[in-house]
Design a protein around this ligand. Structure first.
Ligand SMILES: *Cc1c(COP(=O)(O)O)cnc(C)c1O
Length: 394
Protein backbone atom coordinates (compact mmCIF):
# COMPACT_ATOMS: atom_id res chain seq x y z
CA UNK A 1 0.00 0.00 0.00
CA UNK A 2 1.30 3.43 -0.92
CA UNK A 3 -1.18 5.55 0.97
CA UNK A 4 0.57 6.80 4.12
CA UNK A 5 -1.76 9.55 5.21
CA UNK A 6 -1.20 8.77 8.87
CA UNK A 7 2.46 9.73 8.48
CA UNK A 8 1.54 13.32 7.62
CA UNK A 9 0.29 16.17 9.75
CA UNK A 10 -2.26 17.71 7.40
CA UNK A 11 -4.89 19.99 8.96
CA UNK A 12 -8.43 18.61 9.17
CA UNK A 13 -10.61 19.62 6.27
CA UNK A 14 -7.70 20.27 3.93
CA UNK A 15 -7.21 18.48 0.63
CA UNK A 16 -3.63 19.30 -0.22
CA UNK A 17 -2.97 19.50 -3.94
CA UNK A 18 0.20 21.56 -3.69
CA UNK A 19 2.78 18.95 -2.72
CA UNK A 20 4.47 19.81 -6.01
CA UNK A 21 5.32 23.22 -4.57
CA UNK A 22 5.78 22.60 -0.84
CA UNK A 23 5.25 19.10 0.52
CA UNK A 24 3.28 18.80 3.80
CA UNK A 25 4.79 18.05 7.19
CA UNK A 26 5.68 14.41 7.89
CA UNK A 27 5.00 13.71 11.59
CA UNK A 28 8.45 12.17 12.06
CA UNK A 29 10.02 15.54 11.27
CA UNK A 30 8.54 17.13 14.39
CA UNK A 31 10.22 14.66 16.71
CA UNK A 32 13.49 14.76 14.79
CA UNK A 33 13.76 18.54 14.89
CA UNK A 34 13.23 18.53 18.63
CA UNK A 35 15.92 15.91 19.04
CA UNK A 36 18.43 17.64 16.77
CA UNK A 37 17.95 20.97 18.46
CA UNK A 38 17.77 19.94 22.10
CA UNK A 39 19.93 16.83 22.30
CA UNK A 40 22.39 17.08 19.41
CA UNK A 41 22.94 20.83 19.34
CA UNK A 42 21.93 21.66 22.93
CA UNK A 43 23.76 18.88 24.77
CA UNK A 44 26.41 17.66 22.39
CA UNK A 45 27.36 21.13 21.17
CA UNK A 46 30.37 21.08 18.80
CA UNK A 47 30.95 17.39 19.53
CA UNK A 48 27.82 16.56 17.50
CA UNK A 49 29.76 16.89 14.24
CA UNK A 50 31.30 13.56 15.26
CA UNK A 51 28.97 12.07 17.88
CA UNK A 52 25.83 12.66 15.79
CA UNK A 53 27.84 12.30 12.57
CA UNK A 54 26.62 15.65 11.23
CA UNK A 55 29.63 15.73 8.94
CA UNK A 56 28.42 12.81 6.81
CA UNK A 57 24.73 13.73 6.91
CA UNK A 58 24.80 15.42 3.46
CA UNK A 59 26.09 12.22 1.87
CA UNK A 60 23.76 9.90 3.79
CA UNK A 61 20.75 11.98 2.78
CA UNK A 62 22.03 12.07 -0.80
CA UNK A 63 22.10 8.27 -0.90
CA UNK A 64 18.48 8.11 0.23
CA UNK A 65 17.45 10.50 -2.55
CA UNK A 66 19.54 8.42 -4.96
CA UNK A 67 17.36 5.39 -4.39
CA UNK A 68 14.33 7.38 -5.58
CA UNK A 69 15.96 8.60 -8.79
CA UNK A 70 17.94 5.54 -9.82
CA UNK A 71 21.34 6.91 -8.82
CA UNK A 72 24.05 4.79 -7.14
CA UNK A 73 25.40 5.36 -3.63
CA UNK A 74 27.88 8.18 -3.37
CA UNK A 75 26.74 9.94 -6.54
CA UNK A 76 24.70 12.71 -4.90
CA UNK A 77 25.78 15.71 -2.86
CA UNK A 78 23.19 17.71 -0.90
CA UNK A 79 23.11 21.26 0.40
CA UNK A 80 22.54 24.83 -0.69
CA UNK A 81 19.57 25.75 -2.88
CA UNK A 82 18.63 24.39 -6.26
CA UNK A 83 19.66 27.67 -7.88
CA UNK A 84 23.20 27.10 -6.56
CA UNK A 85 23.22 23.48 -7.72
CA UNK A 86 22.14 24.58 -11.21
CA UNK A 87 25.06 27.00 -11.25
CA UNK A 88 27.51 24.33 -10.14
CA UNK A 89 26.32 21.79 -12.70
CA UNK A 90 26.33 24.31 -15.52
CA UNK A 91 29.77 25.71 -14.71
CA UNK A 92 31.22 22.19 -14.55
CA UNK A 93 29.45 21.14 -17.76
CA UNK A 94 30.79 24.12 -19.70
CA UNK A 95 34.33 23.19 -18.66
CA UNK A 96 33.69 19.74 -20.14
CA UNK A 97 32.77 21.23 -23.56
CA UNK A 98 35.65 23.52 -24.46
CA UNK A 99 35.24 25.39 -27.71
CA UNK A 100 31.43 25.25 -27.69
CA UNK A 101 29.48 28.33 -26.70
CA UNK A 102 25.75 27.52 -26.62
CA UNK A 103 23.67 26.55 -23.60
CA UNK A 104 20.40 25.14 -24.85
CA UNK A 105 17.20 25.12 -22.80
CA UNK A 106 13.48 25.35 -23.36
CA UNK A 107 11.47 28.52 -23.04
CA UNK A 108 9.20 26.99 -20.40
CA UNK A 109 12.08 26.28 -18.03
CA UNK A 110 11.79 27.59 -14.49
CA UNK A 111 13.08 31.17 -14.43
CA UNK A 112 15.83 30.67 -11.86
CA UNK A 113 17.49 28.00 -14.04
CA UNK A 114 17.62 30.47 -16.91
CA UNK A 115 18.67 33.37 -14.69
CA UNK A 116 21.54 31.38 -13.18
CA UNK A 117 22.72 30.55 -16.70
CA UNK A 118 22.55 34.23 -17.65
CA UNK A 119 24.52 35.22 -14.55
CA UNK A 120 27.16 32.57 -15.17
CA UNK A 121 27.51 33.64 -18.80
CA UNK A 122 28.14 37.21 -17.62
CA UNK A 123 30.72 36.08 -15.05
CA UNK A 124 32.68 33.91 -17.48
CA UNK A 125 32.44 36.64 -20.13
CA UNK A 126 33.69 34.47 -22.99
CA UNK A 127 30.83 34.83 -25.43
CA UNK A 128 28.56 32.05 -24.17
CA UNK A 129 24.94 32.29 -25.27
CA UNK A 130 21.73 30.93 -23.78
CA UNK A 131 19.28 29.71 -26.41
CA UNK A 132 15.74 28.92 -25.33
CA UNK A 133 13.38 27.19 -27.74
CA UNK A 134 9.91 25.69 -27.66
CA UNK A 135 10.15 22.18 -26.14
CA UNK A 136 9.16 20.47 -29.41
CA UNK A 137 11.95 22.23 -31.34
CA UNK A 138 14.75 21.22 -28.98
CA UNK A 139 16.10 18.00 -30.38
CA UNK A 140 16.64 19.48 -33.83
CA UNK A 141 18.54 22.39 -32.30
CA UNK A 142 21.14 20.18 -30.59
CA UNK A 143 23.95 20.91 -33.02
CA UNK A 144 27.73 20.77 -32.79
CA UNK A 145 27.98 24.24 -31.25
CA UNK A 146 25.86 23.27 -28.23
CA UNK A 147 28.02 22.83 -25.14
CA UNK A 148 25.25 21.92 -22.71
CA UNK A 149 21.60 20.95 -22.91
CA UNK A 150 19.97 22.02 -19.65
CA UNK A 151 16.35 21.05 -19.15
CA UNK A 152 13.80 20.58 -16.43
CA UNK A 153 12.20 17.21 -17.03
CA UNK A 154 8.71 18.21 -15.87
CA UNK A 155 7.52 21.72 -16.72
CA UNK A 156 6.48 23.59 -13.57
CA UNK A 157 3.53 25.27 -15.28
CA UNK A 158 1.98 22.65 -17.52
CA UNK A 159 3.40 19.42 -16.15
CA UNK A 160 4.61 18.51 -19.66
CA UNK A 161 7.37 15.91 -19.40
CA UNK A 162 10.45 15.62 -21.60
CA UNK A 163 11.68 12.21 -22.76
CA UNK A 164 14.82 12.04 -20.65
CA UNK A 165 16.49 9.12 -22.41
CA UNK A 166 15.78 10.30 -25.96
CA UNK A 167 16.99 13.85 -25.36
CA UNK A 168 20.09 12.72 -23.47
CA UNK A 169 20.89 10.44 -26.40
CA UNK A 170 20.48 13.31 -28.86
CA UNK A 171 22.70 15.56 -26.72
CA UNK A 172 25.42 12.92 -26.55
CA UNK A 173 25.19 12.19 -30.28
CA UNK A 174 26.04 15.86 -30.90
CA UNK A 175 28.81 15.82 -28.29
CA UNK A 176 26.93 17.99 -25.76
CA UNK A 177 26.74 17.54 -22.00
CA UNK A 178 23.29 16.89 -20.47
CA UNK A 179 21.93 18.42 -17.27
CA UNK A 180 18.49 17.44 -15.97
CA UNK A 181 16.62 19.45 -13.37
CA UNK A 182 14.48 17.00 -11.41
CA UNK A 183 12.67 19.57 -9.23
CA UNK A 184 9.27 18.23 -10.33
CA UNK A 185 10.45 14.66 -10.89
CA UNK A 186 12.11 13.44 -7.69
CA UNK A 187 9.40 11.67 -5.71
CA UNK A 188 6.89 12.24 -8.51
CA UNK A 189 7.85 10.06 -11.46
CA UNK A 190 10.13 7.05 -11.94
CA UNK A 191 13.58 8.37 -12.86
CA UNK A 192 16.62 6.26 -13.66
CA UNK A 193 19.68 8.49 -13.70
CA UNK A 194 22.04 5.60 -14.38
CA UNK A 195 19.91 4.38 -17.27
CA UNK A 196 19.70 7.85 -18.77
CA UNK A 197 23.50 8.16 -18.91
CA UNK A 198 23.16 11.93 -18.36
CA UNK A 199 26.18 13.66 -16.84
CA UNK A 200 24.38 15.82 -14.27
CA UNK A 201 21.10 16.13 -12.45
CA UNK A 202 19.94 18.62 -9.85
CA UNK A 203 16.77 18.99 -7.84
CA UNK A 204 15.10 20.33 -4.74
CA UNK A 205 13.65 18.44 -1.83
CA UNK A 206 10.88 20.67 -0.48
CA UNK A 207 8.43 19.69 -3.24
CA UNK A 208 7.49 16.02 -3.58
CA UNK A 209 10.13 14.89 -1.07
CA UNK A 210 8.51 16.92 1.75
CA UNK A 211 11.77 18.24 3.25
CA UNK A 212 10.22 21.53 4.42
CA UNK A 213 10.58 25.15 3.29
CA UNK A 214 14.17 25.88 2.28
CA UNK A 215 15.20 22.21 2.45
CA UNK A 216 18.61 21.57 0.88
CA UNK A 217 18.95 20.79 -2.80
CA UNK A 218 20.86 17.93 -4.44
CA UNK A 219 23.25 17.43 -7.32
CA UNK A 220 24.06 14.16 -9.09
CA UNK A 221 27.22 13.59 -11.10
CA UNK A 222 27.69 10.47 -13.21
CA UNK A 223 30.21 8.46 -11.17
CA UNK A 224 32.79 8.04 -13.94
CA UNK A 225 33.12 11.82 -14.25
CA UNK A 226 33.44 13.00 -10.70
CA UNK A 227 37.21 13.11 -10.50
CA UNK A 228 37.32 15.45 -13.49
CA UNK A 229 34.47 17.77 -12.49
CA UNK A 230 35.84 21.21 -11.72
CA UNK A 231 33.95 22.81 -8.83
CA UNK A 232 33.16 26.44 -9.62
CA UNK A 233 32.31 27.05 -5.98
CA UNK A 234 35.45 25.74 -4.33
CA UNK A 235 34.27 25.75 -0.74
CA UNK A 236 36.13 24.17 2.13
CA UNK A 237 33.54 21.43 2.65
CA UNK A 238 34.31 20.19 -0.85
CA UNK A 239 38.03 20.03 -0.09
CA UNK A 240 39.70 16.63 0.08
CA UNK A 241 40.74 17.25 3.71
CA UNK A 242 38.76 20.24 5.05
CA UNK A 243 40.29 20.05 8.50
CA UNK A 244 43.87 20.03 7.26
CA UNK A 245 43.16 23.73 6.66
CA UNK A 246 45.44 23.89 3.65
CA UNK A 247 45.95 27.20 1.87
CA UNK A 248 45.34 25.70 -1.58
CA UNK A 249 42.11 24.10 -2.77
CA UNK A 250 42.23 20.37 -3.56
CA UNK A 251 38.83 18.90 -4.35
CA UNK A 252 37.58 15.71 -2.70
CA UNK A 253 37.87 12.69 -4.97
CA UNK A 254 34.15 12.03 -4.66
CA UNK A 255 30.80 13.80 -5.15
CA UNK A 256 31.61 15.60 -1.89
CA UNK A 257 33.59 18.07 -4.02
CA UNK A 258 30.23 19.62 -4.86
CA UNK A 259 29.62 20.51 -1.25
CA UNK A 260 30.34 24.18 -0.59
CA UNK A 261 30.15 25.37 3.03
CA UNK A 262 28.78 24.21 6.37
CA UNK A 263 25.67 22.09 5.78
CA UNK A 264 22.29 23.21 7.20
CA UNK A 265 22.08 20.45 9.78
CA UNK A 266 18.58 21.18 11.08
CA UNK A 267 17.09 21.28 7.58
CA UNK A 268 19.07 18.23 6.49
CA UNK A 269 17.83 16.33 9.54
CA UNK A 270 14.27 17.33 8.73
CA UNK A 271 14.75 16.04 5.20
CA UNK A 272 16.30 12.83 6.53
CA UNK A 273 13.22 12.26 8.70
CA UNK A 274 10.90 13.16 5.80
CA UNK A 275 12.62 10.51 3.69
CA UNK A 276 11.61 7.85 6.24
CA UNK A 277 8.11 8.05 4.74
CA UNK A 278 9.59 6.85 1.42
CA UNK A 279 11.02 3.64 2.87
CA UNK A 280 9.71 0.73 0.81
CA UNK A 281 8.01 2.95 -1.77
CA UNK A 282 8.44 1.66 -5.29
CA UNK A 283 8.47 4.60 -7.71
CA UNK A 284 6.88 2.62 -10.54
CA UNK A 285 3.88 1.73 -8.36
CA UNK A 286 3.68 5.30 -7.08
CA UNK A 287 3.69 6.63 -10.61
CA UNK A 288 0.82 4.30 -11.55
CA UNK A 289 -1.32 5.65 -8.69
CA UNK A 290 -0.36 9.23 -9.54
CA UNK A 291 -1.57 8.69 -13.11
CA UNK A 292 -4.80 7.14 -11.85
CA UNK A 293 -5.47 10.13 -9.56
CA UNK A 294 -4.58 12.68 -12.27
CA UNK A 295 -6.79 11.00 -14.87
CA UNK A 296 -9.69 10.89 -12.43
CA UNK A 297 -9.19 14.57 -11.64
CA UNK A 298 -9.23 15.60 -15.30
CA UNK A 299 -12.38 13.59 -15.97
CA UNK A 300 -14.18 14.93 -12.90
CA UNK A 301 -13.22 18.58 -13.50
CA UNK A 302 -13.93 18.61 -17.24
CA UNK A 303 -17.30 16.98 -16.69
CA UNK A 304 -18.32 19.68 -14.21
CA UNK A 305 -16.49 22.80 -15.39
CA UNK A 306 -16.40 23.43 -19.14
CA UNK A 307 -15.01 26.91 -18.36
CA UNK A 308 -11.68 25.38 -17.35
CA UNK A 309 -9.31 24.42 -20.15
CA UNK A 310 -6.80 21.63 -19.64
CA UNK A 311 -3.31 23.16 -19.88
CA UNK A 312 -1.41 19.90 -19.35
CA UNK A 313 -0.78 17.17 -21.92
CA UNK A 314 -3.78 14.86 -22.13
CA UNK A 315 -1.58 11.80 -22.54
CA UNK A 316 -0.52 10.83 -18.99
CA UNK A 317 2.78 9.45 -20.28
CA UNK A 318 3.71 12.99 -21.36
CA UNK A 319 2.78 14.52 -18.01
CA UNK A 320 4.45 14.62 -14.60
CA UNK A 321 2.46 14.39 -11.38
CA UNK A 322 0.52 17.63 -11.71
CA UNK A 323 -2.47 18.80 -13.70
CA UNK A 324 -2.96 22.40 -14.76
CA UNK A 325 -6.07 24.14 -15.96
CA UNK A 326 -6.20 27.54 -17.59
CA UNK A 327 -9.00 29.76 -16.31
CA UNK A 328 -9.26 33.50 -16.85
CA UNK A 329 -10.01 34.23 -13.21
CA UNK A 330 -7.61 31.56 -12.01
CA UNK A 331 -6.00 33.60 -9.25
CA UNK A 332 -9.29 34.53 -7.59
CA UNK A 333 -10.68 31.03 -8.14
CA UNK A 334 -7.66 29.51 -6.41
CA UNK A 335 -8.12 31.87 -3.45
CA UNK A 336 -11.76 30.80 -3.21
CA UNK A 337 -10.72 27.14 -3.34
CA UNK A 338 -8.08 27.58 -0.66
CA UNK A 339 -10.73 29.23 1.51
CA UNK A 340 -12.73 26.01 1.16
CA UNK A 341 -9.83 23.72 2.05
CA UNK A 342 -8.73 22.69 -1.42
CA UNK A 343 -5.17 23.94 -1.70
CA UNK A 344 -3.48 24.20 -5.08
CA UNK A 345 -1.66 27.20 -6.47
CA UNK A 346 -1.57 29.69 -9.31
CA UNK A 347 1.06 30.57 -11.87
CA UNK A 348 0.75 33.65 -14.07
CA UNK A 349 -0.92 34.41 -16.34
CA UNK A 350 -3.92 32.10 -15.83
CA UNK A 351 -2.76 28.66 -14.70
CA UNK A 352 -4.39 26.81 -11.79
CA UNK A 353 -2.04 24.05 -10.67
CA UNK A 354 -2.92 20.87 -8.85
CA UNK A 355 -0.35 18.32 -7.71
CA UNK A 356 -1.08 14.62 -7.14
CA UNK A 357 0.81 12.84 -4.42
CA UNK A 358 -0.26 9.24 -3.76
CA UNK A 359 1.37 9.11 -0.32
CA UNK A 360 -1.42 11.22 1.17
CA UNK A 361 -4.16 11.56 -1.47
CA UNK A 362 -6.77 9.04 -2.56
CA UNK A 363 -9.59 8.90 -5.11
CA UNK A 364 -12.10 10.22 -2.56
CA UNK A 365 -10.00 13.34 -2.06
CA UNK A 366 -9.83 13.88 -5.81
CA UNK A 367 -13.61 13.69 -6.21
CA UNK A 368 -14.19 16.02 -3.26
CA UNK A 369 -11.69 18.49 -4.74
CA UNK A 370 -13.47 18.40 -8.11
CA UNK A 371 -16.83 19.00 -6.41
CA UNK A 372 -15.41 22.03 -4.59
CA UNK A 373 -13.95 23.38 -7.82
CA UNK A 374 -17.32 22.98 -9.51
CA UNK A 375 -18.99 24.89 -6.67
CA UNK A 376 -16.48 27.76 -6.96
CA UNK A 377 -16.54 27.98 -10.74
CA UNK A 378 -20.22 27.16 -11.34
CA UNK A 379 -21.47 29.68 -8.78
CA UNK A 380 -18.77 32.26 -9.60
CA UNK A 381 -17.73 32.33 -5.95
CA UNK A 382 -14.35 33.62 -7.12
CA UNK A 383 -15.96 37.00 -7.91
CA UNK A 384 -16.03 37.90 -4.20
CA UNK A 385 -13.90 41.08 -3.75
CA UNK A 386 -11.76 39.45 -1.03
CA UNK A 387 -10.29 37.01 -3.58
CA UNK A 388 -9.06 39.71 -5.94
CA UNK A 389 -6.02 41.08 -4.08
CA UNK A 390 -2.80 39.33 -4.99
CA UNK A 391 -0.38 38.26 -2.29
CA UNK A 392 3.38 38.39 -2.96
CA UNK A 393 3.54 34.63 -3.24
CA UNK A 394 0.90 33.14 -5.53
C1 LIG B 1 11.22 24.90 -7.63
C2 LIG B 1 12.25 25.06 -8.68
C3 LIG B 1 13.41 25.82 -8.46
C4 LIG B 1 13.61 26.58 -7.17
O1 LIG B 1 14.96 26.89 -6.94
P1 LIG B 1 15.42 27.31 -5.48
O2 LIG B 1 16.83 27.69 -5.62
O3 LIG B 1 15.21 26.11 -4.60
O4 LIG B 1 14.54 28.43 -5.03
C5 LIG B 1 14.36 25.86 -9.46
N1 LIG B 1 14.18 25.22 -10.63
C6 LIG B 1 13.08 24.49 -10.88
C7 LIG B 1 12.93 23.80 -12.18
C8 LIG B 1 12.07 24.41 -9.93
O5 LIG B 1 10.96 23.73 -10.18
Amino acid sequence: MLLRKEHFDIPDGVIYLDGNSLGPLPKGVIKRVGDVVTREWGCELIRAWNTADWISLPLRVGDRIGRLIGAPEGSIATGDTLSIKVYQALAAALKMSPGRRVILSDNGNFPTDLYMAQGLIGTIDKGYELHTLAPEDLVEAITEDVAVVMLTQVDYRSGRMHDMNAITKAAHAAGAVMIWDLAHSAGAVAVNMTGSNAEFAVGCTYKYLNGGPGAPAFIYVRPDLIENVEPALAGWMGHDTPFAMEVGYRPAMSTERLRVGTPPIVQLSMLDAALDVWEGVDMTSLRAVSIDLSELFITEVERRCPQMVLASPRDPQLRGSQVSFAFENGYAAMQALIDRGVIGDFRAPDIMRFGFTPLYLDRGDVVTAAETIAEVIGNELWADPRYQTRFRVT
